[in-house]
Each structure stands twice: as C-alpha cells, then as structure tokens.
Design a protein around this ligand. Structure first.
Ligand code: ZN
Length: 238
C-alpha cells in the first residue's frame, strides 16, 4: 500500500499557489527521508498489531472452556506470539465468549481465566496488550447478555474499539483466526488476514483469495515474516 499522506499531498492539486508550494516542500522532505525515518514516520500513525482469536488459535478449542486446568496452548502458539513481539507487533486478543450469554459460565469466571492467561503468558515472555471479549448473543438465555451487538464476530466492533484505544495502524497489522468469521475486519480495513486451518478451503470461501491460509503457527510466522519483507521492499522502491 502506498503512503497515505504522500498520496494526499499529490491529490491536492488546486490553483492555490500557497498549497502547491507547500506540496513541493513536503515532497522534498519526504524524498529526503531515509528508510529508517520513513519507518518511524509510519509507526507514528499507530502501532502495528496482530489481532488474535483465542479459542482454536491461541489455545486448543474445547467446548465452552473456562477452567484454567483445561486450557492448553496450541502447538507453537507461545513461541509464535513471542516471535511476533520480537518483530514489533502488539498482541491484541479478540474473542467471542457466548458461553457467558448461554449461562455456561459467568463473566467473572471468564475474567478469571483471562487474567490467568495474561499472567501465564507474561511468565513465558509474551505480553498481551489487551483482551477484548464479547459476552453477548442475540437469543441469549440470560437477558442481560441478550443483544444483537456489533462486537460479536463476524461483527467488527471490538477491532475498531482496539484500533482507536491502542492507536493501531491497520495497514501494517494482521489478524489470525481459525474461522472466517474472525477475519471480517479485513473487508473493512487494510488488515491482512490469516486463516489457520488444516482443512481444504475454496477460493470463494476465502473471499476470492484475499486471505492467507496457514496450517499451523509455524506457517503463520513464516507468512507474516514474508509479508513484512515484501512491505519493506515496497517502501524502498517508493
Ligand atoms: Zn457483543
């Protein structure tokens, strides 16, 4: 993707001399910037993040999990998250927790597991920037959670909330999930999506091929590394 600000400068071609002069100065400054400065400049627009689904992505999917003793990391998840942090990504977890709305476990029990996971990962050298969860369901058993909300995936409400609160540069960010409903933010922003699955998926299911498919965490890291390298080459060519 091209630099947004530079594109805007070029786009402002009016008859106004003052603006035209400013554009020339801006362009000169842009051209004089070194690669390093460009990276810093881009980072100033926001941090780069990897949005992670929880159940089935960070941990092995189990039926409405809420007990710490049942929590089991997926192969390569901890090392993978550590690698992403080393690459400069903030880690943001976005998770549907309809088990709360269904009355399978309380919001308090959910929070307890969330806090445990954050602490456990910290001890393993992984910092989770923030966890966002949706406790709702349109036909929830519990009336206080009965809501047709925007935060339950495929809704993208929590992604946009995170983007705003954590100042995320969506164009430099990724989302990783084990279901297509985890990746809907890709259709609304420049976030690149990775579906982690061992199943065969058709191009149609991947919205015409816009989503990368990886079978495990090792492939996910390889793919993100490659994408970052490509992006750097694009910038150098700018
Ligand atoms: Zn919700």
């Amino acid at each position: 993707m091209k630099d947004g600000t530079a594109a805007k400068c070029h786009g402002k071609e009016t008859g106004n001399n003052e603006i035209v002069n400013n554009e020339i100065v801006n362009n000169e400054i842009m051209e004089a910037e070194s690669m390093e400065n460009k990276i810093i400049y881009r980072n100033k627009r926001g941090c780069k993040a990897v949005f992670l689904d929880r159940d089935g992505t960070i941990n092995v999917e189990k039926h409405y999990l809420y007990k710490t003793e049942q929590f089991e990391y997926r192969d390569g998840a901890v090392e993978g998250m550590r690698a992403l942090e080393t690459m400069g990504f903030s880690l943001v977890v976005i998770t549907n927790q309809s088990g709360i709305a269904r009355g399978y476990y309380t919001e308090k029990a959910y929070k307890k597991l969330e806090q445990w996971m954050i602490k456990d990962l910290a001890q393993r050298g992984v910092t989770i920037e923030k966890v966002y969860y949706c406790p709702h369901l349109p036909d929830a058993l519990l009336p206080e959670y009965r809501k047709d909300c925007r935060c339950r995936k495929p809704g993208t409400g929590l992604f946009w909330q995170a983007c705003k609160e954590l100042v995320v540069d969506m164009d430099s960010s990724f989302v990783v999930g084990d279901r297509m409903r985890d990746l809907c933010i890709c259709q609304e922003s420049g976030v690149r999506g990775i579906l982690m699955t061992k199943k065969t998926v058709t191009k149609e299911e991947l919205w015409g091929g816009d989503i990368f498919v990886c079978s495990d965490w090792y492939q996910v890291i390889e793919r993100i590394r490659q994408q970052c390298r490509n992006r750097e080459l694009e910038w150098k060519a700018d």
